[in-house]
Design a protein around this ligand. Structure first.
Ligand code: ADP
Ligand code: ADP
Ligand code: MG
Length: 448
């Protein structure tokens, strides 16, 4: 087992990883930007190294500085968390070359799955159903027009390098196509430095169902069941739950084995997520694979009892998975609400600032993964997600009741948050019935 791990991230996920290491008796090294000098991850780690100015590209995306900090502190492995360098194959490759263990899949896996276009092709080859779409890249307006006609409107234009719900456009008629194509392409070039675009059939009113998988370095792969992440705003997840309210045992078995097959087909290692769209008719399609730990991983931990971050570390150290598929059971129901410092009444504008007072909910079945504390100053530089409220109940109904209760107790003063908005969602009658799809927020909260 590793003696020392460097965490190449910040915020709640850095804290989450530090905590896991701590419990495993592993020393931790935090890296931080100048603005994160007093951040919780900087304070909780055994050692902390400043890696540059606030801007991500100068610090949390600065591979040279992160690798230097690793060598300097004698850390043997790097955990990338999510976001930042977590899906950067070049970084994983540099780690491999420096003989530093990257806690995640190898650089080829990241490269192949991070390129959504390539991922689609590989999944088609592996016999995994994918969303009907363009034959390869859309690199011209002519091809955009032709592909959209072949696929049939409505269609979705997507960035091959996309993530975090960006670089995506839905188009329902031909006259809107070229405008959407060009703006999405420009957005992708700016956001991801890569304007490679492709097109998919727009699946109407689908559920977003994803499967967590764990693969060791000896060819063993299991799935840890699904998460329903259909409650989204602008293609970004807002609430996630596990198991999915809509799932049957048969569908779970079916989709789970496809997810395992997908991971095996690319010789995948470590934790990963296969995202599917499930349409109104019960047909499912591969959408993308995330080759990292995910924001919503705690709900899977709550229902399976498996600590995913510890599992990642054990896998990276060469251990064999200690369970088979039959050993993975579902216990109860878990829900996660992402807590963001933003103002829902001002078009969800991020609201950085000082947390003047803070009360975190507690009690049986409540978990808060966060990196904020009273007096903490949320910098304007990074993501507005400041924490996650996770509840675990004996069934979905109890989980919803717990979530309502916990959101009601949650107090954050000094900055605007989406807590009230989350409260409205978990009190919505269609949400309570489990009757929703990815268009839920835009339909139920029209003026938002
Ligand atoms: P998850 O499936 O884990 O919820 P998200 O799509 O919400 O993943 O992304 C997790 C985090 O990583 C978010 O903070 C998001 O902004 C960021 N992120 C994801 N993909 C990218 C990317 N390609 N470039 C920059 N940031 C990204
Ligand atoms: P990202 O990398 O940004 O997470 P995804 O490809 O996972 O991008 O898509 C993000 C979200 O957009 C999905 O969760 C889903 O709600 C929606 N979406 C993506 N592709 C389609 C599609 N073909 N039809 C309908 N909705 C889609
Ligand atoms: Mg996705």
């Amino acid at each position: 087992m590793f003696k020392k791990i460097l965490i190449a991230n910040r915020g709640e996920i850095a804290v989450r990883i530090i905590r896991a290491c701590n419990e495993m008796g592993i020393q931790t090294v935090a890296v931080y930007s100048e603005v994160d000098k007093d951040a919780l991850h900087t304070q909780l780690a055994d050692e902390a190294v400043c890696i540059g100015p606030a801007k991500s590209k100068d610090s949390y995306l600065n591979m040279q500085n992160i690798l230097s900090a690793t060598v300097l502190t004698g850390a043997e492995a790097i955990h990338p968390g999510y976001g930042f360098l977590s899906e950067n194959s070049k970084f994983a490759q540099m780690c491999e070359e420096c003989d530093i263990k990257y806690i995640g899949p190898d650089s080829h896996n990241i490269d192949n799955m991070g390129n959504k276009l390539k991922a689609r092709e590989m999944m088609i080859k592996a016999g995994v159903p994918v969303v009907p779409g363009s034959d390869g890249e859309i690199d011209s307006e002519e091809k955009a027009l032709k592909s959209a006609r072949d696929i049939g409107y409505p269609i979705m234009i997507k960035a091959s390098a996309g993530g975090g719900g960006r670089g995506i456009r839905v188009v329902s008629k031909e006259e809107d196509l070229l405008d959407a194509y060009n703006t999405a392409k420009t957005e992708a070039e700016t956001a991801f430095g890569d304007g490679t675009m492709y097109m998919e059939k727009f699946i109407e009113e689908p559920r977003h169902i994803e499967f967590q998988i764990l693969a060791d370095e000896h060819g063993n792969v299991v799935h840890l069941n699904e998460r329903d992440c259909s409650i989204q705003r602008r293609n970004q997840k807002v609430i996630e739950e596990a198991p999915g309210a809509i799932m049957t045992e048969e569908l779970r078995k079916n989709m789970g084995s496809v997810a395992v097959k997908a991971a095996k087909s690319i010789n995948y290692k470590n934790a990963g997520t296969i995202e599917f769209l499930l349409d109104k008719y019960g047909k499912y399609y591969f959408m993308e694979m995330n080759t990292r730990i995910q924001v919503e991983h705690p709900i899977t931990e709550m229902i399976t009892g498996i600590d995913l971050v510890k599992a990642q570390i054990r896998i990276a150290s060469g251990q064999v998975l200690p369970y088979n598929q039959e050993d993975i059971k579902i216990q109860g129901h878990a829900i996660e609400c992402r807590i963001n410092a933003e103002n829902p009444d001002k078009n969800f504008m991020p609201c950085p600032g000082v947390i003047k007072s803070l009360h975190i909910p507690g009690g049986y079945g409540i978990r808060v993964d966060s990196a904020v504390y009273q007096g903490y100053k949320i910098p304007p530089t990074y993501d507005s997600m400041i924490g996650k409220l996770i509840v675990h109940g004996k069934n979905r109904d109890e989980a919803i009741r717990k979530m309502r209760r916990a959101l009601g107790e949650f107090i954050i003063e000094g900055v605007d948050t989406n807590i009230d908005f989350q409260f409205k969602i978990v009190n919505n009658k269609n949400f309570i019935k489990g009757d929703f799809d990815t268009s839920f927020i835009s339909k139920e909260f029209k003026n938002m």
